[in-house]
Ligand binder design. Sequence first.
Ligand code: PDD
Length: 297
Amino acid sequence: MMNELFNDVVSAYINGEFVAPEDAHISAFDRGLIFGDGIYEVVPVYGGQAFRWDEHLTRLNNNLDIVGIRQPHTWQAWAKIVNGLLSRATEEDHYLYIQVTRGVAPRNHVFPDSAEPTVFAYVQKMAPVAESTLAQGVTVVTIPDFRWRRCDIKTTSLIANVWLRQQAKEQGAAEAVLIRDGVVTEGAATNVFAVMDGTVRTAPQGPNLLPGITRDLVVELMDRHGVSYEERSFTEQQMLDAEEVWITSSTNEVMPVSRINDSIVSEGRPGPAFQRLYDLFQQYKAQYRTAAKQNVG
Ligand code: PDD
């Protein structure tokens, strides 16, 4: 019964040891549990290799520095851990979850003088996005963004995000698109793109949204392939009037939106700009898989 919970987890690691998922335990006094005092990453794994690893590790280290948690490992040490975890990944798509907390200490809001960061990581199978979702697009709802002012930090303190996503689910939607002062910031766990007058727009990086690795890749692909785009915020109304809308994340890749609240977007099906970016993303991913295979072979 217990093990079924972990059916899709292929490997796990805690503080220096590779462990069976059901044996992945930490102290109840860990500040990650008590305060949500930690930083995390979700990294897609394609062809047995961590996709955009350098970007993910850079973001993790930057975030640790910002909140003053000691970086637990060098790049080389991380590579060893990740290779160990990935040695059990098959050709199917997986994701790698990494969490670094401030460690175990008596409860006190002030940072402990000496605590070893807790490092927890695992690799899990990732179901591909359903064909029907790609063909039809998803429904999203707009909800006021009541989160804090440092949404650029990928912290494990996610109660606002899980609550917002739950509210979306209860309204029959796949995602909550968050609105701050009339402006779209991001989704509960995705970044948001909209097409206006033939130009793709996404909010610029800043304190109100996570600098998504998938977002950055989509921007890079638009740049490389001459797609007209702007990193410029847009209002809720502009999004409702947009020609197309899509969301991105490491687990959803590039996902079309066909309905926002009660409004139909792009005649209720994925539009041409989405299709172009989706294809470019899939091409990039396929090339990465092939390159990864050659590295291994
Ligand atoms: N979430 N914005 C928020 C608030 C997120 O939590 C995420 C990712 C993104 C997209 O970032 P990226 O492209 O780097 O995955 C944007 C992950 C997938 C999660 O919490 O499961």
